[in-house]
Ligand binder design. Structure first.
Ligand SMILES: Cc1ncc(COP(=O)(O)O)c(C=O)c1O
Length: 431
């Protein structure tokens, strides 16, 4: 039996061998340098902004796309472009990055949370209808971890109740449902291109829609509420509240260069993920993610479930997960935590810390009392407690690293007595 690295054995993964995301090529560097040479650094009509929008729209098969300076600004535009505003409710999953709900608050609307599915972890369509009121204007599914939400059901509920659907595809560039990419199914959608995302530009995003009116409103919102036409004299007249959500040309050029490799990078993520999931199915103690039929994920992150019962260990989930994260980290296998509580359990919601003075919940347009409590979302709480995120499941890492991960998992789970020893030591330290 190989000794655990935690007890002085050789780590399964050689230190320093896991490469970071995104892969950077000379082509990326040349693209950014060319912006210096062009002497055009900003503006919605700048050449890289215009070309990038078209290229991303083509990638998705969408009619309209606007490049933005973040995913959050794109999501805010996606809410506002549909006329959602003060007093309106938007249904949001309790498990997401809280920016999803912030985008709703940014336009003075009210997030109403719904728990997630217990297998794919997107919004649970079976719980949406109970959250719909006469104030509801939209459902906001999040394609979390690169897994598309159950859009067949979400769209059917929206149609039945005459609601908009706003997509949060910040983690899901290229994810599809029955072959149709997310961003083309919803009324409006926001994507992020921050550093970690499948399509990375460092910091940025996209607003996407097939709706011409929503597109025109979003264009104004992106640029101070003004209508700025390329080549025409600027009117300097704002048609309403707007922001500066413009993206920079360095970022746009970098993003265009990265976009060329998105399909092959997504294919690599899928290959790695499917291999790991197949292997983990035969390794008691750990499980890979589940993919429902018809949903095509792009594996923004690779989630692993901890299963102490499969090793016959009489321990709590928290004890097992903490010990395994420590043991695996010593083996060079990083299993990180992301969210630590449901979004509605965060202070911004439990204490209603919005714009201050009770806004937007006390707004005269919202004659309703809403209370946010994390414990109302048990599936989310359970997901967070029982899962972690395996690092490095993306290129430029390769199948050799995935195979080494699997060897490391086997090494650790085949020695439950040593896992128990770590748990007992932790118990003593905490006593
Ligand atoms: C699900 C989700 N929504 C929204 C965002 C916000 O995107 P950004 O950080 O680009 O504003 C992110 C990324 O951080 C995200 O993962």
């Amino acid at each position: 039996m190989q000794e655990f690295a935690l007890f002085g054995g050789t780590p399964a993964v050689t230190p320093g061998s896991v490469k970071t995301w995104p892969p950077i090529t000379q082509e990326d560097r040349d693209a950014v340098n060319a912006v210096f040479d062009s002497n055009i650094f900003h503006g919605n009509s700048a050449p890289n902004a215009v070309a990038l929008q078209q290229e991303f729209a083509d990638f998705l098969g969408a009619k309209y796309c606007l490049v933005t300076n973040s995913g959050t600004s794109a999501l805010h535009m996606a809410i506002a472009a549909l006329g959602i505003g003060p007093g309106d409710e938007v249904i949001v999953p309790a498990f997401t990055y809280w920016s999803t709900a912030a985008a709703v608050l940014h336009h003075n609307a009210i997030p109403v949370f719904v728990d997630i599915e217990d297998d794919a972890f997107c919004i649970d369509p079976n719980k949406i209808e109970a959250a719909i009121t006469e104030r509801t204007k939209a459902i906001l599914p999040v394609h979390i971890h690169g897994m598309p939400a159950d859009m067949d059901k979400v769209m059917a509920i929206a149609k039945k109740h005459n609601l908009f659907v706003v997509g949060d595809a910040c983690q899901a560039h290229g994810a599809a449902v029955h072959g149709k990419k997310v961003g083309t199914i919803e009324d409006t959608t926001g994507f992020s291109t921050n550093r970690s995302k499948n399509l990375s530009s460092g910091e940025g995003g996209f607003f996407v829609t097939n709706n011409e009116e929503a597109y025109q409103i979003a264009r104004r919102l992106r640029e101070f509420g003004e209508v700025v036409v390329a080549g025409a004299e600027r009117e300097y007249n704002s048609f309403g509240l707007g922001w500066n959500y413009r993206a920079h040309e360095f970022v746009n050029a970098f993003c265009r260069s990265q976009l060329k490799h998105l399909p092959e990078n997504n294919a690599k993520r899928k290959e790695f993920a499917e291999y790991l999931t197949a292997e983990l199915a035969n390794i008691p103690g750990l499980r890979g993610p589940y993919t429902p039929a018809g949903r095509e994920p792009v594996y923004f992150s690779y989630i692993v479930r901890f299963c102490p019962e499969e090793l016959g260990l009489d321990v709590t989930m928290a004890e097992y997960k903490e010990a395994m994260q420590k043991i695996l980290a010593a083996e060079g296998i990083r299993m990180g935590q992301w969210q630590r509580k449901p979004v509605p359990a965060q202070d911004v919601f439990t204490k209603k810390m919005g714009y201050g003075k009770g806004c937007p919940w006390d707004c005269k347009h919202y004659n309703h009392e809403i209370t946010y409590r994390g414990e109302d979302y048990p599936v989310t709480v359970n997901f967070i407690a029982s899962h972690a995120y395996l690092g490095g499941v993306f290129p430029p890492n390769d199948m050799n690293l995935m195979k080494t991960y699997v060897e490391g998992f086997k090494k650790v789970t085949s020695q439950p007595d040593k896992i128990m020893k770590v748990i007992e030591e932790d118990r003593k330290a905490k006593a």
